[in-house]
Design a protein around this ligand. Structure first.
Ligand code: COA
Length: 493
C-alpha cells in the first residue's frame, strides 16, 4: 500500500474525543484469546480463513486512543469523482485517513467548483463541502501524456473511485481489464444511476434516483403529487453505500490479494433506504396498513404503498404537530410519537387521564382508527408550548419527540460544534465557512477536517513525490498541456 501523505498547508479542525471511549476499550479487552480458540467447534475449525485473519492481528496497541494513526492510513485513492455522489464517498475515505488524490479536468475541474457560486470566482460551497481532506491534480485523461500519468496513478493507488456517466471510463481507455492488468490489487468502485438492466446507460441525478428508487412515490401527502426529500439519499446516500463496499473490498483484499469491482447504483441505494416501504407493499396483500392515517379516515388503500404524509414509518404512530409560534415561524413544529409503553404518561401530560382506561384509547389497536382525534388533542397541548418546551417536558417522561430544527438552528447548535459534526473551516480564497464534518465517529481514528484543495493545487507534488516522475519527465508532461494550459513557447511548437 502507498504511504500516507498529508499536505501540510491545510487548515485543520481537530475533533478530540471528549472522554475515554470505554466501550471500545472494553471490547478490546474482551477479545477472545487462546482459551477461546481451544473451544472451537468442528465447524469453526473448518474455517481456515478466519483463523488466518485472527492470528494476523498485531499486538494490541498501547498508544492513547486516537493517537495510533487513522483507520485507512496507507490506503491511497485515485478519486475520479465529480458532483456529489462520488465525492461524498471519497471524502469519507479521506476522513478515515486515506490519501485521496482527486483527478480533475484542467481549466474547469469538478463542475461543482463553479456551480451555485455565492462569491464570484471562488470555489462554491457545493464543492468545498464535498471535497475536504483531498489533494487535487489536473489532468487531461484523454491526452497521451495524461494517460501516462493515469497509468502510474493506477499502479500507485489502492482504489479508483468514479461516478462518470455509464461507459465514460471505458471510452477514456480505462477498462476494468486494463486497470486490472496494470494493478491486479486495485479496487475499482463506481456509482451509476442504475444497475445492469434496461436503464443501465442512463445518466442520473439525485431526484431521478429518488423517483426511480421508490422514495418519491412514498413521500408526500395522499392527496398531493409525489415529493422528493431534501436529504440527498440518491447522491450522498449512494456515496455512503459505495464507501462501505470499498472498505469491505479492502478487507477482502487482505486475504485474496486482489482487487475487485464495487458498484453502487443510485436506484439500489434509494430502494435500500426505502426498505420499509417495500415491506408495506407486501403487507398490503394481507389488509390495510392500520398505522397509516388514511386507515382511520376510512380511505381505502390502492395497489401500491401510498404516500403517508408525516405518519410514522414504524408501528409507533406519530405525526408533526404545531407548537407555539407556528403562525409566523415555519419550523415551530414537533414530531410526536405515541409510543405504546409511554401512552399513560402522554394521557396525563395532555390532560386526558381518562384515556388511560377508556376502551377507545387504552390499547394500541383501539387507538389506530382514532389517530386523527388523538393527535388533534395532543396538538392542542403542543400549541401552548414552544417546540423546545415540548421536547424538554416529553423527554423527562421518556416520550419520544423531535423538534423540527431549521438549518439556521443546526448551524448554531453548540453541541454539534463540540462533536465535530458542524465544523468551521478556513479557506484561502473563501475565508471561513461552515461544513458538516464526519458524521461517523471512530473512537480510535479521529477525523480532522481539512479544507478542500484549489484546482490543481497538488499537481506538482503528486507528479514528483507520489508518482516519482523525474524533473525532465514532469517538464515534458507539462509542456504537452496534459496538466493544464501548456507554457506558450512549447504550446506553439
Ligand atoms: N480529462 C478529460 N476528460 C474528462 C476528464 C478529464 N480529467 N474528466 C471527465 N472527462 C470527460 C469524460 O470522459 C466524459 O467524456 P465522454 O462523454 O466523451 O466519454 C465527459 O468528461 C463527461 O463525463 P460525464 O460523466 O458524462 O459528465 P456529465 O456532466 O455529462 O454527466 C452525470 C454528469 C452526473 C449525469 C453523469 O456523470 C452520471 O450519470 N454519473 C453517474 C451517476 C451519478 O453519479 N450521478 C450523481 C451525480 S451527483
Amino acid at each position: 500500500m502507498a504511504k500516507k501523505k498529508i499536505a501540510k498547508a491545510k487548515s485543520k479542525v481537530k475533533v478530540k474525543p471528549k472522554a475515554k471511549p470505554k466501550a471500545a476499550k472494553a471490547k478490546v479487552k474482551a477479545a477472545p484469546k487462546k482459551v477461546a480458540a481451544k473451544k472451537k467447534t468442528a465447524k469453526a475449525a473448518s474455517r481456515p480463513v478466519a483463523k488466518v485473519v485472527a492470528s494476523a492481528l498485531p499486538k494490541v496497541s498501547s498508544k492513547p486512543w486516537g493517537k495510533d494513526g487513522k483507520a485507512l492510513d496507507g490506503v491511497r485513492v485515485l478519486d475520479f469523482t465529480h458532483v456529489q455522489s462520488g465525492p461524498t464517498c471519497t471524502q469519507l475515505l479521506a476522513w478515515f485517513g486515506a490519501d485521496v488524490i482527486k483527478v480533475e479536468r484542467p481549466g474547469s475541474g469538478d463542475i461543482t467548483r463553479g456551480q451555485l457560486q455565492d462569491i464570484p470566482g471562488v470555489d462554491s460551497l457545493y464543492f468545498t463541502m464535498l471535497n475536504h481532506n483531498k489533494r487535487s491534480i489536473t489532468l487531461d485523461s484523454k491526452s497521451k501524456e495524461g494517460m501516462t500519468v493515469l497509468e502510474r496513478l493506477v499502479k500507485t493507488c489502492d482504489v479508483l473511485v468514479e461516478n462518470f456517466a455509464p461507459g465514460a471510463l471505458d471510452r477514456m481507455g480505462l477498462t476494468w481489464e486494463r486497470i486490472h492488468s496494470w494493478n491486479p490489487r486495485m479496487i475499482v468502485a463506481s456509482v451509476k444511476g442504475f444497475g445492469p438492466g434496461p436503464y443501465e446507460d442512463c445518466k442520473v441525478y439525485e431526484n431521478v434516483a429518488q423517483c426511480a428508487g421508490g422514495a418519491a412515490s412514498t413521500t408526500g401527502f395522499l392527496d398531493g403529487p409525489p415529493l422528493v426529500t431534501g436529504a440527498q439519499i440518491g447522491d450522498s446516500g449512494t456515496g455512503l453505500h459505495l464507501a462501505l463496499g470499498i472498505v469491505a473490498a479492502l478487507y477482502q483484499r487482505k486475504r485474496t490479494g486482489r482487487g475487485q469491482r464495487v458498484l453502487a447504483s443510485m436506484q439500489d441505494g434509494v430502494l435500500n433506504l426505502c426498505r420499509v416501504k417495500l415491506r408495506d407493499q407486501q403487507r398490503l396483500a394481507h389488509g390495510p396498513l392500520k398505522e397509516y392515517t388514511q386507515y382511520g379516515q376510512g380511505i381505502p388503500f390502492g395497489e401500491a404503498t401510498p404516500r403517508a404524509g408525516n405518519d410514522s414509518g414504524g408501528g409507533q404512530p406519530g405525526v408533526i404537530l404545531k407548537c407555539k409560534g407556528w403562525e409566523t415561524d415555519p419550523n415551530a413544529y414537533i414530531y410526536f410519537i405515541t409510543q405504546a409503553p409511554v401512552w399513560e404518561k402522554i394521557c396525563d401530560l395532555i390532560g386526558e387521564p381518562g384515556w388511560k382506561t377508556h376502551p377507545d384509547f387504552a390499547k394500541p389497536p383501539a387507538r389506530l382508527p382514532r389517530l386523527k382525534q388523538i393527535f388533534e388533542r395532543i396538538e392542542q397541548w403542543t400549541m401552548t408550548k414552544t417546540k423546545f418546551e415540548v421536547m424538554n417536558e416529553c423527554n423527562a417522561l421518556d416520550i419520544p419527540v423531535g423538534p423540527i430544527l431549521s438549518m439556521k438552528e443546526l448551524a448554531e447548535e453548540q453541541s454539534l460544534r463540540e462533536t465535530g459534526t458542524i465544523v468551521e473551516v478556513d479557506h484561502p480564497t473563501r475565508g471561513k465557512y461552515l461544513s458538516v464534518g464526519n458524521p461517523i465517529k471512530l473512537s480510535d481514528s479521529i477525523s480532522e477536517v481539512e479544507r478542500s484543495p484549489l484546482l490543481g493545487e497538488h499537481t506538482d507534488e503528486i507528479l514528483t513525490k507520489v508518482l516519482k516522475f523525474s524533473p525532465r519527465e514532469v517538464a515534458a508532461i507539462k509542456a504537452s498541456g496534459a496538466t493544464g494550459q501548456a507554457p506558450k513557447a512549447q504550446a506553439a511548437e
